[in-house]
Design a protein around this ligand. Structure first.
Ligand SMILES: [Zn+2]
Ligand SMILES: [Zn+2]
Length: 856
């Protein structure tokens, strides 16, 4: 066994850490190990085993947690590629790839030291230390902590320490026993002297003593307490006991007969818990087992995502000819076992999902694996029920409502090969399937595929890279493909497959544009709902048809303004106006969640002339109630939808005809089939056009096209009334004509002039600090460095204040880097990070966002 191993740890440092491998340990590349790191223990992934002695002293690994890799060679290679492409620490990348956090939840504990005992003792003698610069409150808080920890030490003595020690080093995790000899506190630790002090978990300590982290930090500095990691490996997966009927022969008494009949009626397999609900003595089952009539098996707990009943016929597999052609191309690609990228450009309602599912079914029949990625809001319980109906037990569904533990269970099912069809949001792209044949990215333009925290990866681009590594087929599907994907298709990097028609020859809806500037001139007042839209809604309601109205802004009023001093009411943490939420009777920041009371007077000057301006979805709903008192109206936005079930309930009500009108934010625009909607109203979907972001036009075009696509999916043709203040803008005009190609040409010209993607690789570098002068100093340092060092073919814009200059208490400055060469861009970024680290700018305060979607 090589003497050393390099470990990727989930810390914000661009480096691997070398540890010595003890003689009796056998770590594997791609497997997890427990290692000491600073004052803690941490779980990391072994990325290399070698015999190169490092120049600095190394510590031993504490325990080997896996005897086989959790990340196979291909996923580890993918992880390295992500770290390199997005300039993210490898340890943070692999943590994202493995949803196994629940198995090794990090937990911090504190124990009192001898110094702490002494301080407590002296305090008891003299009251308090006269030389202290602490406030009486701080001193009181510190002594509450010491008191609590000391009392626990007396109560529990050695027993608890032994128990925690066992728990911490994870016996049973490996069977190797390397860790069992490791003491909890190492020699250089003051804790080693205080044998009796137990470790108290941070949550317990803080809730018992009500102290802040700052107090604990101060006490750590004085060495009164020490802090340790209490990582407790947990069992990987929940299991259930299943009774299996082997034979029904032989004489049975009444109770035994009842059990056997129940089993037989349920196909011969029933969870024991279900049987226990029968009015039969518990011993009966034992008797049947002894007689060999019933067998008990332990199985992974079955994952049920949905209580919704499957729809009678979820998908039409009766294809029109473009669908058939698309499916044939897909199957051909899969059979070839070579990388192949396809862009499936199908208009809204053209039946893309049916093609995906038929393709996946073919992969399953060939005994191989497939992954289907869907946007955040795409996975409703009804969709899950459909998937279960089509793929049975072979499907694993990974959605955002899963707990860490459920996510880990699904991961293990996939890893064991029990589920070869994986459906999920962003991180499902890392599912550990074997023999991957197909990855599908549904609604590939959707922004939820981009992770907005480290590592800032885009799941669509990872899907393409993973398919390349696996010689698999990747299908990107959308009615409004991203500029990048369509550009790649036009350069023959992907095959372009079109689904130009709606299923059953349904027409695309007619779109009528209402110019809101004209509406203002003609009516003399600022209207929310134009006369045209009001008339069309009235007409649909009279015909018992359904209506959707989009307003992509939640809350009641987005701005509160003082007419005396002209100031807005802003968030305390962000440079963002607070939104008035009427029902909750609060002012809320949509970026950080900060809330404030609704002001009666201006907080700046005390004037009573405060005005609530603008309209959000909550106010629109109220307005429509006033205009159409008979109509049954619901609202879909992040205030009314807390989970998938809320969303599902409203959609069901709409499908069942229990609603006449639904108001909502962009949530209503996303891929749902509602057959009764014949009118879609758009109220201010073009807000985004006013934002300083080069993707504003693309986003507006996509949103307008998608929401228009909700109209007329049933028997009756649909209509869209699009209210806008930007009626001449090409994004609005092309969306109204359902003209993707026209929009694409025009937008591409703009991108080309401005050297924006897809004509360049782009990165946003954000420098942030909660101290304004620090943010200025650091961004100045980096700006100076960019100026004086040479970067061939890389344009650097900035430093400039970010459009949202203050967010969640941080002041923010940014640079935008563009280059025709991705390699040169990344070389510059890497050099910049090295310089920042040399200048002691913390790595967490310089955010590099490669292929940034937002420059805000
Ligand atoms: Zn004022
Ligand atoms: Zn805020």
């Amino acid at each position: 066994m090589p003497e050393f191993c390099d470990v990727a740890l989930p810390v914000p440092l661009d480096t691997l850490f070398t540890y010595r491998v003890p003689a009796d340990a056998a770590p594997v590349v791609g497997g997890r190990v427990l290692v000491p790191f600073r004052q803690q223990r941490m779980t990391g992934i072994v990325v290399e085993l070698h015999g190169r002695k490092p120049s600095v002293a190394t510590k031993n690994i504490l325990a080997v947690l896996d005897s086989a890799p959790v990340l196979d060679e291909q996923l580890l290679r993918l992880g390295r590629w992500i770290a390199d492409y997005y300039l993210a620490p490898l340890g943070e990348v692999v943590r994202t790839m493995l949803p196994l956090g629940a198995e090794f939840k990090r937990s911090i504990g504190y124990r009192i030291t001898e110094e702490g005992q002494l301080a407590l003792h002296l305090a008891g003698m003299s009251g308090s230390s006269a030389r202290s610069r602490r406030t009486p409150e701080e001193q009181a808080a510190e002594f509450r902590v010491l008191d609590y920890l000391a009392a626990r030490a007396v109560e529990t003595g050695f027993e608890e320490k032994r128990a925690i020690g066992k728990d911490t080093v994870g016996d049973g995790a490996t069977g190797k026993g390397t860790a069992s000899a490791v003491p909890l506190a190492t020699g250089n630790h003051p804790a080693s002297a205080t044998e009796v002090a137990p470790l108290v978990r941070e949550e317990t300590l803080r809730s018992a003593t009500r102290v802040s982290r700052a107090i604990l930090s101060g006490m750590l500095r004085k060495k009164w307490i020490v802090r340790e990691d209490v990582s407790a490996p947990q069992r990987a997966a929940r299991t259930v006991k299943i009774a299996v009927l082997k034979s029904a022969d032989g004489k049975l008494n009444e109770n035994q007969r009842a059990l056997v009949d129940t089993l037989a009626a349920s196909g011969g397999r029933v969870p024991i818990l279900t049987l226990q609900a029968l009015e039969v003595p518990r011993t009966t089952l034992g008797t049947l087992v002894r007689r060999g009539l019933v067998e008990i098996l332990e199985e992974p707990a079955e994952f049920t995502v949905s209580r919704a009943k499957p729809r009678p016929s979820p998908f039409e597999f009766d294809f029109n000819s473009p669908q058939q052609a698309a499916l044939a191309r897909l199957r051909q690609g899969v059979a070839a076992r070579k990388f192949c990228g396809m862009l499936l450009h199908g208009v809204t309602g053209s039946g893309k999902t049916a093609v995906y599912l038929a393709g996946m079914r073919a992969v399953l029949e060939a005994g191989r694996s497939a992954i289907l990625l869907v946007p955040e809001i795409g996975l409703t319980p009804a969709v899950a029920a459909d998937l279960h109906q089509i793929f049975g037990e072979e499907v694993a569904i990974l959605h955002s409502a899963l707990s860490d533990r459920e996510r880990a269970e699904q991961w293990h099912r996939i890893k064991r090969g029990e589920a070869r069809m994986v459906v999920g949001t962003r991180s499902a792209v890392f599912a550990p399937v074997a023999d991957l044949a197909l990855i599908i990215v549904d609604e590939e333009h959707d922004a939820s595929y981009k992770q907005e925290e480290t590592p800032r990866y885009h799941a669509r681009d990872i899907a393409v890279m993973r398919a390349k590594m696996a010689n698999a087929v990747v299908v990107l599907g959308s009615a409004t493909p991203s500029l990048e994907s369509y550009f790649n298709a036009s350069k023959n990097k992907y095959a372009l497959i079109g689904l130009p028609d709606r299923v059953e020859q349904r027409p695309l809806p007619e779109v009528e544009i209402v110019d809101m500037r004209l509406e203002f001139q003609e009516t003399g007042r600022e209207q929310v709902v134009s006369r045209k839209l009001a008339a069309e809604i009235k007409d649909r309601l009279e015909r018992k048809e359904q209506v959707m109205v989009l307003l992509n802004r939640r809350g009641y009023s987005p701005v509160v303004l003082c007419r005396s001093c002209g100031k807005k009411l802003e968030c305390a943490n962000c440079a963002i106006a607070l939104t008035h939420h009427k029902r909750e009777h609060r002012m809320i920041c949509h970026y950080c969640g900060y809330t404030a009371p609704v002001p009666r007077a201006c907080v700046h000057c005390g004037s009573e002339y405060v005005y609530f301006l603008g309209t959000g979805s909550e106010k629109l709903e109220e307005l429509l109630h006033g205009m159409f008192p008979q109509a049954r109206i619901a609202r879909l936005d992040r205030d009314t939808v807390r989970g998938h079930e809320d969303f599902e309930r409203t959609l069901n009500a709409l499908n069942e005809g229990e609603l006449d009108l639904v108001v909502g934010t962009q949530m209503i625009a996303k891929g749902h089939d509602i057959h009764g909607v014949t009118l879609v109203g758009v109220v201010g979907a073009d807000v985004a056009l006013g934002l300083p972001d080069f993707r504003a036009a693309e986003r507006t075009f996509q949103l307008l096209t998608q929401v228009a696509g909700r109209a007329g999916r049933g028997e009756s043709p649909g209509k869209v009334v699009l209210q806008t203040y930007f009626q001449d803008h090409y994004a609005v005009q092309y969306a109204a004509r359902h003209d993707f190609a026209g929009f694409y040409e025009k937008e591409l010209r703009f991108r080309s002039w401005m050297h924006y993607p897809p004509y360049s690789a782009l990165a946003n570098v954000l420098v942030r600090s909660n101290k304004l002068d620090e943010a200025l100093e650091w961004s100045g340092l980096l700006g100076h460095w960019f100026d004086k060092s040479r970067h061939a073919d890389v344009r650097v814009l900035g430093p400039a204040a970010a459009p949202i200059m203050k967010l969640k208490r941080d002041y923010r400055y940014h640079f935008v880097l563009k280059s025709p060469s991705r390699e040169k861009l990344n070389t510059t970024l890497r050099a910049m990070l090295a310089y920042a680290s040399q200048q002691k700018v913390p790595r967490t305060q310089v955010i590099v966002d490669v292929d940034a979607l937002w420059l805000m």
